[in-house]
Design a protein around this ligand. Structure first.
Ligand code: THU
Length: 173
């Protein structure tokens, strides 16, 4: 409780606060379980299919579905800038359009520019986090997130760790 004294009155503020924390584990590639390594390698490979003549920032994503299928996608830019699409959303939309009955177990993301993968991992933009979060929420399945950097792979156990205070359909009730 915080007591604030004004000239003529006493105001009592019942201020509360809370902290939000996320746990991120950082692994060397060789330390990852084989399935995760496969997924990260697929994300790295598919950066080659990125169409990024404007940003020269080539992003790849790979999703592992519950039946074991790996689905890949990359960023696709357009001269009319807002029309382009990030790798994460390209991948999730395509995967779920073709496999609407599957859950997404993990999503790996990698990026290269100037012919080099980033040392510190790429982290998804806000719009992609929102879509990843809604996918996790509606399918009722945590999506592990693997963010590749040459100095280490950052692993989060779910998308909520990336976007801890989030908006989903339930918020509108
Ligand atoms: N981009 C992605 O594909 N994923 C992200 O998480 C961040 C940004 C793309 C969009 C655009 O084509 C380029 O990277 C530069 O922003």
């Amino acid at each position: 409780m915080y007591i604030c004294r004004g000239i003529n009155h006493l105001i009592v503020l019942h201020m509360r606060q809370y902290e939000v924390t996320s746990r991120i584990a950082v692994y060397e590639m060789e330390e990852l379980p084989v399935e995760d390594r496969e997924l990260v390698e697929a994300a790295c490979r598919v950066t080659e299919s990125s169409y990024a003549p404007y940003s020269h920032f080539h992003v790849g994503a790979a999703a592992r579905l519950s039946d074991g299928t790996i689905f890949v996608g990359s960023n696709q830019e357009a001269a009319a800038f807002p029309s382009g699409m990030c790798a994460e959303r390209t991948t999730l939309y395509a995967a779920l359009a073709q496999h609407p009955d599957q859950k997404v177990l993990a999503l790996a993301i990698a990026a290269q520019t100037g012919g080099h993968f980033l040392e510190d991992p790429i982290t998804p933009c806000g719009a992609c986090r929102q879509v990843m979060l809604e996918t996790e929420d509606r399918l009722g399945q945590d999506i592990r997130v693997l963010l590749y950097g040459t100095k280490g792979v950052h692993v989060l156990q779910n998308v909520k760790s990336l976007l801890p205070i989030y908006f989903v359909a339930d918020c509108m009730k």
